[in-house]
Design a protein around this ligand. Structure first.
Ligand SMILES: O=C(O)C(=O)C[C@@H](O)[C@H](O)[C@H](O)COP(=O)(O)O
Length: 374
């Protein structure tokens, strides 16, 4: 067993540990024994992950929890819907859950957000554990308690803050993750460097490829640094108060969520791909407004592009030519928007982000307007 590192999320009586190491799914019984003793466990996994990691997890938890049931949900963003939630709750209730039942989300961001929201509302709130199996979920969505589903009005528009009781990050599962998914998660890793840690961004410029190519030390380092950064922000501003620091984690997401909504959650644009293109748009908007420089914005774009992530509208709209009007129509529904004003997370410089509610819509339109190909 290789080393396991612990990152604490300090939230008074809702504090929890994020455990990071290779092989943690195999050791889940031991890792979760204190939480599960005498209680029912319901594992929720998506269909792809169920085929890969569910048997080992159920084996490990059997005899530790009072009973272990497993439910599967479809893979992909479209599962994160009101219908998907209703179906999952129905199946959980049919299992005879009680208020001591622990829900365990095994999978990527979609599974964690959906199962976490189901745990938040079933019997008015059940304990839950996150076992994220994608890089994106490991460095971002499994930490911080944002749970929810998408609606036809946009991404994550219905949900709840519901903190997990523990997060188990098994870095070995990344070995079976498709490259495209790995890259999408890498966008969120880069985000931490861009918004608050220039030194980490520089490290990623030098080591990002090692991480993507499977170097275990580089992976663990990037995951631990990312989780530490997220844990600090969440501890400072758990519920994303207006003007509070948690909104900084939304860098790239105002544009990114609009891109995802335009794409229709059909798998053609992954969340992390939308965030990558969204971060570049936000950085270029920052450079237009200052004081961020064009060099900083293009340095971010260059790194994302070098690893193979999309950095422009043309790369994400697959010839559908989304207009500024289309995208702004989605951005005004963003949860950060206040009194009809879109709130952006912009860069003051690479490594330092700020929240801005005073951005002129004409500047956003000018950034998004593209000449139509003849
Ligand atoms: O945890 C947060 O806070 C974030 O904003 C992290 C984001 O990377 C993540 O995608 C989050 O789920 C987006 O939240 P939303 O409030 O913009 O829906």
């Amino acid at each position: 067993m290789s080393a396991v590192e612990t990152v604490e999320v300090a939230l008074a009586d809702r504090s929890y540990a994020i455990r990071v190491g290779a092989g943690l799914i195999d050791r889940a019984g031991e890792e979760l024994a204190d939480l599960l003793a005498g209680r029912k466990a319901v594992v929720v996994a998506d269909e792809t992950v169920a085929g890969l990691h569910l048997p080992a997890l159920v084996r490990g938890l059997t005899g530790v929890a009072r009973s272990v049931d497993a439910l599967t949900v479809p893979a992909g963003e479209s599962a994160k819907s009101m219908d998907g939630l209703a179906d999952l709750l129905d199946r959980m209730l049919a299992l005879g859950i009680d208020r001591r039942t622990v829900v365990i989300a095994l999978g990527g961001g979609v599974t964690g957000d959906l199962a976490g929201f189901a745990a938040a509302v079933a019997l008015r709130g059940l304990d839950f554990v996150q076992i994220p199996t994608t890089l994106l979920a490991q460095v971002d969505s499994s930490v911080g308690g944002k749970t929810g589903v998408n609606t036809r009005h946009g991404k994550n528009l219905v949900g709840a803050f519901h903190q997990p009781r523990r997060v188990l990050i098994d870095t070995a599962v990344l070995d079976t993750l498709p490259r495209r998914e790995l890259l999408a998660g890498y966008a969120e890793v880069v985000k931490y460097g861009a918004i608050g840690d220039l030194e980490f961004f520089q490290w990623l410029e030098a080591n990002g490829r090692r991480l993507l190519d499977g170097d275990a030390d580089a992976r663990r380092h990037a995951i631990v640094v990312s989780c530490r950064a997220k844990a600090a922000v969440v501890a400072a501003d758990e519920r994303e108060t207006a003007g509070g620091p948690r909104a900084l984690l939304n860098f790239g997401h105002t544009f990114g969520h609009a891109l995802e909504a335009m794409a229709g959650y059909d798998g053609s644009l992954l969340h992390g791909e939308g965030v990558a293109a969204g971060m570049v748009l936000a950085a270029r908007l920052s450079a237009r407004l200052g004081p961020c420089t064009g060099q900083d914005a293009e340095r971010l774009a260059a790194h994302l592009s070098a690893v193979g992530l999309p950095t422009g509208l043309d790369q994400v709209d697959a010839g559908r030519h989304w207009t500024a009007e289309h995208l702004i129509g989605h951005m005004v529904k963003d949860k950060k928007a206040l009194d009809g004003r879109i709130v952006f997370v912009l860069l003051e410089r690479l490594g330092h982000a700020v929240v801005r509610g005073d951005v002129d819509r004409a500047a956003v339109s000018a950034l998004l307007d593209r000449p139509r190909a003849a």
